[in-house]
Write a protein that binds this ligand. Structure first.
Ligand SMILES: [Zn+2]
Length: 82
């Protein structure tokens, strides 16, 4: 099973939450091994979670997800047009 970056981004919060199935988890991990963009996104997402993890509530800052996806769309456009 091969997935695209956009699908990985949908999985990232569940991946970090540990709620993915074993198969989904492995698929994401395999993608991350060879995709620098998604690895960078995973790192920055993880940093946000660490900052907000004090009371064990998984909650991204307001608008974070929207901004993240907007940035990702931009990156994807840039990498496609280069
Ligand atoms: Zn990727």
């Amino acid at each position: 099973m091969v997935i695209e970056c956009k699908h990985v981004w949908d999985y990232i919060s569940d991946y970090l939450d540990g709620t993915l199935s074993a198969e989904e988890r492995e698929t994401v991990q395999r993608h991350l091994e060879h995709c620098e963009l998604c690895s960078a996104i995973l790192d920055s997402t993880r940093n946000v979670i660490i900052l907000t993890a004090d009371d064990r509530v998984f909650e991204l800052p307001a608008g974070f997800s929207d901004r993240l996806h907007a940035r990702l769309d931009e990156e994807l456009l840039n990498s496609n047009s280069s």
